[in-house]
Structure formats: C-alpha cells, structure tokens
Design a protein around this ligand. Sequence first.
Ligand SMILES: NC(=O)c1ccc[n+]([C@@H]2O[C@H](COP(=O)([O-])OP(=O)(O)OC[C@H]3O[C@@H](n4cnc5c(N)ncnc54)[C@H](OP(=O)(O)O)[C@@H]3O)[C@@H](O)[C@H]2O)c1
Length: 405
Amino acid sequence: MLFSHSPIVLCSANACEWLSTHGHLFLTNGTFTVTFLTSILSSLSQVPLELARGAIFLSTPNPRVGCVIATPEGQVLGQGHTQQAGGPHAEIMALRDAAANGHDVRGATAYVTLEPCSHHGRTGPCCDALIAADIARVVASIADPNPLVAGQGFARLRAAGVVVEVGQGAAESRELNLGFFSRMIRKTPWVRMKTAASLDGKTALADGTSQWITSDAARADGHAWRARACAVLTGIGTVLEDDPRLDVRRVSTPRQPHLVVVDSRLETPLDAQLFMPGRRLWIYAAVAPAERAAALAARGAEVIVMPGPGGKVDLAAMLQDLARREVNELHVEAGHKLNGSLIREGLVDELLVYLAPKLIGQGRDMASFGPLSALAQAVPLDFRDIERVGDDLRIVARLRGRDVF
Ligand SMILES: NC(=O)c1ccc[n+]([C@@H]2O[C@H](COP(=O)([O-])OP(=O)(O)OC[C@H]3O[C@@H](n4cnc5c(N)ncnc54)[C@H](OP(=O)(O)O)[C@@H]3O)[C@@H](O)[C@H]2O)c1
C-alpha cells in the first residue's frame, strides 16, 4: 500500500503496521522525507521489541526475543521472533524470512533485542549464523545474562569483523524477560502472586467460598497472565477446597504452563482435576510416604521432597529447584496461608490483584502474615499498572526493589 511507490520498501506487514500506529510514518507528496528515513532507522530498533512480544506465550524457557534484518537504508529484509524451546531463535527466523523473500542479507544490519547466543544449546549459535550470512552490523538491546553467553556472543561477532552496538531498548527487553533475567542472575523465578478480592481485600468467604468474586472479564484476563508464565503454583488448601484445573482456557496459547502444588503430606487427591495428559505436575512435599508418592507418580506427577521448618515445604529451596527446572515466571494462585508464607519469607516479586466492586466483611485475607508491631514493617509496594477490566480493577504492584538484580 503506502510503500509501493516509495524509495524505501518495507517487506514486513508487522513492521508497517507498527510504524504506522506509532506515528513514525508520514509522506510528503508521495515520497518519504529525509526525516522519515532518520525516523525509520531509529524505529527499526523498536520493531524487534514488538516482535519479541509475539513470543510471550511461546518461547519459555527461552527468552522472548525479536529480530529484524534491514539494509543500511532501512529496507526490511527479514524478521522473526524466538519459537518454542528447541525451535529456532529470532535471528534464525529473520534470516530464514529474508531467504524466503529472496533477499540478500550480505552487509545488512541485524536489530535484535538480546545478545545473539554463542553456545550450542538446543540449537546452534546464532552469532555463527549471522557471521556466516555476512551480516555487517548487529544492533542489540542488551547482553544475555546466561553465563553460557554473557558477552561472548558480542565478542565472537566483533572478532569476525561485525560492528556491534548495544543498549537501545535495553530496559524494555529486560522487562519483557524479567523471569529469564531472574532465573539467570538470582537463580530463582520471577514470582507473581495473583489474587481476586473484594474491595475490602477478601479472597473468599469465611467458609472458603471464592467462586466467583471477580467478573468474567477479570477471570479471562487472568488466563492471559497464566499463559505467559512457565508454571502456575498453588497450595493443597486450594486443591482440596476448589479442585481447580489452573490451566489456560480463555485465551489461545500454544502451550500450557506446568503446574506446581505445595502439599506437605501428599494429600492431593488422585482424581483431582489438576492431572492432565501432557502437562508437567510437580508436587513439593515435606514427607512422602512411598505408597502415596508412587500412586501420584502413576497419575503423572513428580513428587519432590523439600522439608522446611514446622513440617511444611521449604519454599525458598523450592523456588531454587524450580529455577533449575527452567521456570522463568512463576504464577501463584493460592490461598491466604501459602500466600502469607511466601510474603513473610520475602519470596514474592509482584502482585497481580483483581479488585471487585463489592464488600465481603468477614472473610479470608489475601495473605496471612504478621501481626506487625509497627507500620514501618509493612511490605512496601510500587504500583506499576492500574486498569479497569470489566467491572473490576486490575492492579499490578511490585514489591519495592525486587526488580533490582
Ligand atoms: N480469590 C483468590 O484469588 C483465591 C486464589 C486461590 C485460592 N483461593 C481460596 O483460598 C482458599 C484456600 O486457602 P488455603 O490458605 O487453605 O490454601 P493454600 O494457601 O492454597 O494452601 C495452604 C496449604 O499449603 C500447605 N503448605 C505447605 N508448605 C507450606 C508453607 N511453607 N507455607 C504455607 N503453607 C504450606 C499447607 O498445608 P499442610 O497443612 O499440608 O502443610 C497449607 O495448609 C480456598 O477457599 C480458595 O478458594 C482464593
């Protein structure tokens, strides 16, 4: 459309759409102005971020990465984002896209939201593929925190004579991959605790009834947050009272998150709805009677024994274990007891709270911890985002300082 008569031909429909909706697109008497050329080149480093967002439900445990390959004049030759684990990374997708479109990428620039990998993981090193394709310049948002890469990708590219620039879009790329950065640097997942509550902060009636406090729209929105997580975690109290499935049903997703149950004495019923063919179910226990563990294993669960104080599960050790199992983002949907323990032990990074316009009065809290003896001991939060979803409010709040690592 707009591009057919212009000196710059953008091949990517996504890129065109992105540029036009982000106000970088303007024509003067049918030709692009020089300002546009400058604009398009700086915008090109933004397009991969939009592509990377397309991998949000898909690429775990790999980071969400986008890549655009363009000529020095800004003509897009190929683009792509990371595929499912074991599938091609963003750079390979962009190279394949260029080849499929019959474009020669020699001398081109690769704009990518993370340092190209330099190691043999499930796939071959992306920096070798860029070098082999004769890419002249790589504009990357941020270094890969994976110790197997961590600057070695850039070093390898530079050693091969590729010009490397780093830093544009670094904060956005890190934010999109906070779980991956957390797992690589802190060796624990990014822990997001979701609760649905009344305006007076109650998550269930005193008798435990909690279905449904928030609106249908809020529950559908909650499924999108489940979908982006590597794993959903709950407590045995919720399993016994609600028999939830905790899968993703309300949004389209190429994969289901794994499931984690904190169940000190292996009380998970063998006919619980949590058991689903093809989904990993990890049950963390404090004790594991052999017969019971075998019965749960026969249903497809893996029982992991991690005893902590008071005959409960050692939650900090569990998070480290989940990171070893390549969980980047952990989505918690539990009751007040487990939520309280996680907060008391300083293991929560972010709250995702849906607040319904109703009052419940006597009922169950979001998280049972305390009592605190002074307000100064309150857990400090920073509101990140507040939106209306259906009849409810959705609040994303981060525990202060948790994203500094
Ligand atoms: N509105 C919402 O957003 C929402 C979300 C989820 C659930 N809920 C509601 O929450 C209610 C259930 O709450 P709940 O508090 O009983 O269940 P829960 O928090 O899901 O599970 C608590 C159980 O986890 C086990 N556990 C093991 N290690 C633990 C540790 N280190 N710290 C804390 N707990 C540990 C304990 O069982 P052991 O005794 O075996 O050690 C404990 O009783 C249900 O009514 C459900 O509907 C509401």
